[in-house]
Design a protein around this ligand. Sequence first.
Ligand code: AKG
Ligand code: FE2
Length: 253
Amino acid sequence: MNKPSLFHRYTLTSEDRVQMDEDGHLALPGLLTEEATGLLTSSLSRVQELSEADVEHKHPPNQYAAEFDPYLASLIGHPQMLTLARDVLGSDIRYDHCVSLSRRGGNAGSNWHSHSYGESNPSLGFVRIFFYVNGFQIDDANLKVVPGSHLYRDPGLRADSDEELSKGWMQGKPHPKTGKPLEIVPLEVPEGTVILMWTHAAHGVTPRQEESDTRWCVVYAYRNPGEPSGARWITESFETSQLHGTEGLMPLY
Ligand SMILES: O=C(O)CCC(=O)C(=O)O
Ligand SMILES: [Fe+2]
């Protein structure tokens, strides 16, 4: 069965890999095909409606997005997705979660945080692959990062504002690879952009402007097996559903 193509042709160069390991993230602008962008927008719109509907779900549709939408589910084992995930993690990988991160006009964004995995075993990688379907601009649900922050492998980084982060967690911490002071970098990306991010990277999201349309976004996370994962949101029936292309990817270990 041929799946519709997800990405335009690209190569992840060795320079890209070095950059990602130095910064903690890597943006691949406009990587999603027009076909994928259209299908993702429809799927994410449906998941968003389910999330906002006045119906109790045992598992929140946005947090278990792939379990509520066959197209989103089909991307977990898409050959181009797996090539990308394996290019950064190596061959032995597992699926971790798929969360819809759609932000309507007026959405509050997200405070600064990092995520956990393999703190005591740096050989275990965990990567988030964000699909910013319609991109984002500065001060309009833009992602903010601190290049080099992931190298501290701190899963507990939290701050409510840029000021709190720079006067708190960032204080006295140089970039471990360059030796320069850490700095906050707001990103801006065109539609169809994919951003890869190591789990310990500091990141936050600015509020979506009231009058803006919805920022459509979904994240797929993969990791090297070896430890339990707190962010692994997957139901037992989905884990054992034998989705095409996901053979060996769904178990914890
Ligand atoms: O909404 C975003 O752009 C980022 C969300 C986020 O922090 C995450 O999924 O870990
Ligand atoms: Fe996050």
